[in-house]
Unconditional design. Structure first.
Length: 113
């Protein structure tokens, strides 16, 4: 599979995201996928990271809702455009492509949907 390069849609800055670290489209996340791209590792030098902690009701999916939302915003380091969010519902982030190079482990315990 050919490697795909990803860049900021606003300023075209390369984000150094590797398609080798891309989760499969059907990978389960507690908050749902919603057709987004999800990576197991990112280059911290290409993103401005902001922690967000809000106390207000939110509804992601029918079975995933709450009062307090903790997530991390990822903004482009060059232009500041919002590129995405990191939620605490997936497997722990790693700097590797999983055991034996076969991707992230599927045995990380998660809450039922």
């Amino acid at each position: 599979m050919a490697s795909i390069s990803y860049s900021c849609a606003e300023c075209d800055t390369p984000l150094n995201l590797s398609s080798a670290n891309l989760y499969p489209p059907d990978f389960y996340f507690e908050a749902g996928n919603k057709g987004t791209l999800s990576f197991s590792a990112i280059d911290d030098t290409k993103f401005r990271i902001e922690r967000e902690d809000k106390i207000k009701p939110f509804f992601e999916t029918l079975n995933y809702w709450g009062i307090q939302r903790k997530r991390t915003k990822l903004n482009c380091v060059s232009c500041g455009k919002l590129l995405g969010y990191v939620y605490d519902d997936g497997p722990p982030a790693t700097n590797s492509n999983g055991q034996f190079g076969m991707g992230p482990s599927q045995v990380v315990p998660r809450f039922p949907r």
